[in-house]
Design a protein around this ligand. Structure first.
Ligand SMILES: Cc1cc2nc3c(=O)[nH]c(=O)nc-3n(C[C@H](O)[C@H](O)[C@H](O)COP(=O)(O)OP(=O)(O)OC[C@H]3O[C@@H](n4cnc5c(N)ncnc54)[C@H](O)[C@@H]3O)c2cc1C
Length: 387
């Protein structure tokens, strides 16, 4: 069986793909072997984070809500739980994820590995919701990592890039179950522009997709409501139901994606520079640009580390060569002090990443201490590290 990612862009033809269904098996496999190991989630990263010519571990069997605590509103979940599989059991425990991304197909541990996020200016990414981790290290030991145990690992591991070891379960900060009402509409960018700051400020969630061929945006707001859920669910843009039913969308068209996080105050200016690029140099691109917001956090490699953020994503069909378009976008993002999404396309070197992430060297120091031989690295991560 050959591992490949969601878009088919990345394959690991020479890897041995193994399925692990218990923590004990994961420990034994790591302890008894010596070659490189990567762990796959749901394969939804556009960056080549998983491929290796060693072993790829698929932890799909380690899924589901393991325990939940009403008082702290925290839950331990299997690392490979697909996000869509968490909604219902958390709801039955009176809980819900604080926010979710555009889709809910990712494994929760894969999503936190790259700082996956949704939208909302007061809402942080999924990595910031992690309150504990169960880790199998390169020597086969199982550790619990949280604010009070193995504290050296703690600030680094919430956004881990699969580079610390095998994570078998995660503890997540949730909140009480809640209902949401979504409102979507279409507008020309010129009509929408003036309202964007107040739409961000006044709504729990605001985002838009802008389409270059007609200069039109599909915008939406989502807010908490006490209204009863409306079934059958309306289409995207008109739903009213529990959070786990309203937040995820269906995005089946195969594409590649680049996303950068820029300081919130620079978001609109950066978006307008990307819009001008599409209107003047890349007039054949039909895929939209997505605009979202994200609250500052304290996760070392988070794209929102210590700064309120706007995220801007550009897309291209998976069968097209996106390089020239993405390189031109990246030059703009960098001019706006952007930080790349770890799960999407970017062309930065370790030195460039170090300039953008104040905790870059600290993250590698902590990582290298727990895996000195680099067993949990692949070519992509070694390139990011710089050698
Ligand atoms: C259609 C689509 C929509 C998307 N929407 C959004 C969005 O709205 N917001 C956003 O921020 N991103 C989005 N993304 C990006 C996506 O959320 C991230 O790339 C995410 O990391 C993918 O998760 P995954 O489970 O597929 O993990 P993979 O891509 O399989 O792996 C990601 C990383 O996690 C590591 N990993 C996975 N499981 C473990 C484990 N148990 N132990 C140790 N390491 C592990 C892997 O080694 C790898 O480094 C989207 C991607 C696609 C294709």
């Amino acid at each position: 069986m050959v591992w490949q990612n969601w878009s088919g862009r990345h394959r690991a033809a020479d890897a041995t793909l193994l399925h692990v269904r218990s923590e004990a098996d994961a420990q034994a496999r790591i302890a008894e072997s010596s070659g490189p190991v990567r762990i796959c989630g749901a394969g939804h990263s556009h960056a080549p984070l998983v491929p290796t010519d060693g072993t790829i571990l698929d932890l799909s069997g380690l899924a589901g809500v393991i325990s939940s605590d009403q008082q702290s509103r925290r839950a331990w979940v299997g690392a490979a739980s697909r996000i869509f599989s968490l909604g219902r059991p958390l709801h039955q425990a009176g809980l819900a994820l604080i926010n979710q991304g555009d889709i809910d197909q990712q494994a929760i541990c894969g999503a936190v590995a790259t700082g996956t996020h949704g939208t909302g200016h007061t809402l942080r990414n999924l990595s910031a919701a992690v309150t504990g981790v169960r880790l199998i290290t390169a020597d086969g030991k199982a550790l619990t990592v949280n604010e009070s145990e193995n504290t050296d690992l703690w600030p680094a591991i919430r956004l881990h890039l699969g580079a610390f070891g095998v994570i078998t379960r995660l503890e997540l900060q949730c909140r009480e179950a809640y209902r949401l009402r979504e409102r979507g509409w279409k507008a020309t960018f010129t009509d929408l522009e003036a309202d964007i700051p107040s739409l961000i400020e006044e709504h729990r969630h605001f985002e838009f997709f802008w389409y270059p061929h007609n200069d039109t945006a599909i915008a939406k707001t989502i807010d908490e409501t006490e209204d009863e859920p409306e079934y059958p669910l309306a289409a995207e843009g008109g739903r009213c139901a529990w959070s786990y039913e309203v937040l995820p969308n269906h995005r089946p068209d195969k594409h590649t994606e680049m996303e950068y996080s820029v300081p919130a105050a620079q978001g609109l200016a950066c978006f307008k520079a990307i819009r001008e690029l599409l209107q003047t140099r890349f007039t054949n691109v039909r895929w939209p640009v997505e605009y979202r917001t994200l609250a500052a956090d304290d996760v070392w490699l988070s794209s929102a580390y210590q700064r309120d953020t706007v995220t801007i994503s550009v897309h291209q069909d998976v069968n097209e060569d996106e390089t020239a378009y993405y390189q031109a976008c990246e030059a703009i993002f960098l001019a706006f002090d952007g930080r790349p999404h770890w799960g999407k396309v970017h062309y930065l070197s370790g030195d460039e990443l170090a300039r953008r992430h104040p905790k870059w060297q600290d993250w590698w120091r902590v990582r290298n201490a727990v895996d000195p031989e680099g067993r949990f690295l692949n070519d992509h991560l070694r390139r990011l590290r710089g050698g």
